[in-house]
Write a protein that binds this ligand. Structure first.
Ligand code: SF4
Ligand code: SF4
Length: 194
């Protein structure tokens, strides 16, 4: 790790030289071939809300600006819609890279400015781990409790329940324990469980 000074602003930045390699290794995706044509950012439907455009995230990963990348709102706002990866001339798999960066941020204990999204991410994965499929009632109940907002969207929940869109009781897939192997393969530790 080394510290550089940005000539334009005078700000000090920490550079982690092995960061790009590490992201590639964990995600299994190449990002060095990105030549910053901006096609991904031009098509991204969430770009307007992000602090850094998707191509800027790739550039910062290439430069080793680990702290800036892992604390950015962009990685949490990415909706994994895959618009960017279908437009990319170099087949850079941005959604998978964004997911990897999310997990790296969690492993490094970096709290997102979008704390609600980070909590939702954990609750979502926890639900998959527990049942092997989504159970909306468990997901929403836990999410609302953890975000200390238990009554928000209650009216919508009741409407959905009346229309038969919500099952109160969860069901498990067969051999749900096999999912544990997948979580472990991708570095999801027990520690990160809720
Ligand atoms: S579209 Fe692909 S090559 Fe172009 S900037 Fe985005 S990631 Fe890089
Ligand atoms: S996958 Fe993420 S980065 Fe790519 S276009 Fe969709 S929201 Fe934007």
């Amino acid at each position: 790790m080394k510290v550089i000074t940005i000539a334009k602003t005078g700000d000090e930045e920490t550079v982690e030289p092995g960061f790009a390699e590490l992201v590639q290794q964990i995600s299994g995706k190449e990002l060095r071939q990105c030549y910053h044509c901006l096609k991904c950012s031009a098509g991204c439907p969430i770009n307007f809300a992000m602090d850094w455009a998707p191509n800027q995230i790739i550039r910062m990963v290439q430069l080793g600006l680990q702290e800036r990348v892992l604390s950015s709102s962009t990685i949490w706002l990415c909706a994994s819609c895959e618009t960017c990866s279908t437009r990319c001339p170099n087949e850079v798999d941005l959604p998978t890279i964004m997911d990897t960066l999310k997990e790296m941020a969690i492993q490094n204990g970096i709290r997102s400015q979008q704390a609600g999204i980070q909590t939702f991410h954990r609750v979502f994965l926890n639900c998959l781990r527990e049942y092997g499929r989504m159970h909306e009632v468990s997901l929403l109940a836990l999410y609302k409790l953890l975000t200390l907002n238990p009554f928000e969207d209650m009216g919508l929940g009741i409407k959905m329940f009346r229309k038969g869109k919500l099952n109160l009781l969860p069901s498990r897939i067969e051999n749900v324990h096999e999912l544990e192997t997948i979580f472990r393969t991708f570095g999801e530790s027990k520690r990160s469980k809720i």
